[in-house]
Design a protein around this ligand. Structure first.
Ligand SMILES: *Cc1c(COP(=O)(O)O)cnc(C)c1O
Length: 466
């Protein structure tokens, strides 16, 4: 049976998997999610223990794409997506303490967990667009990691022109070079004279008014509102849990969180049948979710720059998907809440907050504590952590509860991606880039610098589309 997807706000047409893959936001401003979430029985879960990463990925993802992509094809796309990861296990687990573990998600081509989703997304797009004989335009805003992961994931797609907007001068040198040194006539890096919010606003406005595109083209979103990205990330929660005794023993996860995409995937794994006791929302000083979970008030505050830039957000888009469940799938109520939120702040009803608190805990970690944590882990385990991961391990210790079972922190980036933050922690060791990126600083860069002017950007894009 083909799975259909509906909007959290209830006013957009339902779509099949191919539809949500090629869509961005739903037409009513909501986000797509499955009409009925696939779930695994206890026997099915037990049968999944011991599977390789790619076997498991095929098994977990296949119910989501049924009717669009057959299992053999999916299996090939999955194999190709994870073949070039630099660790045979794809997502290896490392022990930090008696019951504290690290899930290394940085062995993909761009050294951040976003490769897990975007390597697959690029191949899914290529497959579907080849069959349909169509071309699309990818447009995305990045504060660093999404841009390079999207470019690496889609660079070989013949049916895709890709435009990444980043704030000029506000991404790290490693992050910028990972985007601007990738060759290819279909890849365009746009350094925007503005900040990340400006870039995001330009992308959102372009999705609403896409008439500037050449005839027959449409825009595809590559940020985590795209359902296919969330779907790919569900897999590693199962993988880690099975390695630690699941499904017979519950496991807990601490997730460095920004847009709520990664941890929402963990929530879905739980709803699909995986026993999880505690999901820790680890935030930096941009703590909109920590405030929400402790007070019930969801209120935007201005972004402040931190040592963990990939978590510098003022709102978490995917939180709307959780709200939909917390309000028992009442799309009218979700639409009302999001409308109220756009004009200020919202207060969660008491019972609703209690439901969220039954599964989620949270902690906020400052820059100073992040440096302390990097040093602490270096001294106690000999591991260098990137600042995002360090926020996760700190929050994991703060939120662990006795008798709940193992706690797994998602290591979202390789420390060499953020050498300045690691140096600040005074660990007396500077993380080295892996061999495939060793000459990153010798490669030629390619980008265009543009004003924060939507008409000029649209004219530029229309001219560059192949
Ligand atoms: C994107 C990112 C995050 C935040 O993930 P969300 O899905 O936005 O919550 C955390 N750490 C790193 C290194 C990232 O690149």
């Amino acid at each position: 049976m083909t799975l259909r997807y509906r909007s959290t706000r209830g006013q957009a047409p339902s779509l099949d998997f191919e539809g949500v893959l090629l869509a961005g936001l739903a037409k009513d401003g909501g986000l797509y999610l499955p009409e009925a979430l696939p779930a695994f029985s206890a026997a099915e879960l037990s049968a999944m223990r011991g599977m390789s990463y790619t076997e498991l990925a095929t098994t977990v993802i296949s119910p989501f794409v049924e009717g669009s992509i057959d299992r053999d094809t999916l299996s090939q796309l999955v194999e190709a997506s994870y073949r070039d990861f630099r660790h045979q296990a794809v997502a290896p687990l490392l022990q930090l303490d008696h019951d504290q573990w690290l899930l290394e998600l940085f062995h993909g081509p761009t050294l951040a967990f976003k490769d897990f989703a975007l390597q697959l997304l690029g191949r899914l797009l290529d497959h579907v667009l080849t069959r349909r004989g169509e071309k699309v335009v990818i447009m995305g805003a990045t504060s660093g990691d999404t841009g390079s992961a999207a470019i690496e994931g889609c660079r070989h797609c013949e049916h895709v022109d890709i435009f990444i907007l980043y704030p000029d001068g506000r991404v790290s040198d490693v992050q910028r070079r990972q985007m601007t040194t990738v060759p290819g006539g279909n890849i365009h890096n746009l350094a925007i004279r503005g900040n990340f919010d400006d870039c995001q606003a330009l992308v959102k406005a372009s999705f609403v008014a896409d008439a500037f595109l050449p005839e027959g083209r449409s825009l595809v979103a590559v940020n985590s509102i795209n359902w296919a990205r969330i779907m790919a990330q569900i897999v590693y929660y199962f993988y880690a849990a099975f390695a630690l005794g699941g499904p017979d023993r519950p496991v807990n996860f601490s997730v460095p969180t920004g847009n709520f995409g990664d941890i929402y995937a963990g929530y879905l794994a739980h709803r699909m049948g995986l026993p999880i006791n505690n999901l820790v929302i680890a935030t930096n000083r941009n703590d909109v979710l920590h405030r929400m979970l402790t007070t019930g008030t969801y209120a935007r505050q201005p972004i402040e720059a931190s040592l963990s830039p990939s978590m510098d957000i003022s709102i978490s888009s995917n939180f709307e998907r959780l709200l939909f469940d917390l309000y028992d799938g009442n799309a009218t109520q979700v639409a009302q809440l999001m409308n109220d939120f756009s004009r200020g702040q919202i207060q969660l009803a008491e019972g609703v907050l209690g439901k969220a608190q039954a599964l989620f805990t949270s902690a906020r970690v400052s820059d100073e504590e992040t440096c302390d944590e990097i040093r602490y882990m270096w001294q106690r385990t000999g591991q260098l952590m990137d600042p995002h991961t360090a926020i996760g391990t700190r929050a994991a210790r703060l939120c662990s509860r006795a008798g709940e079972g193992p706690m797994v922190t998602l290591s979202t980036a390789h420390p060499a991606k953020f050498p300045a933050a690691v140096a600040k922690a005074e660990t007396d060791q500077i993380p080295q880039l892996p061999a495939h990126l060793a000459d990153l600083f010798d490669r030629e860069e390619r980008f265009d610098t543009l004003d924060n002017d939507i008409a000029a950007i649209h004219a530029f894009m229309a001219e560059k589309c192949l």
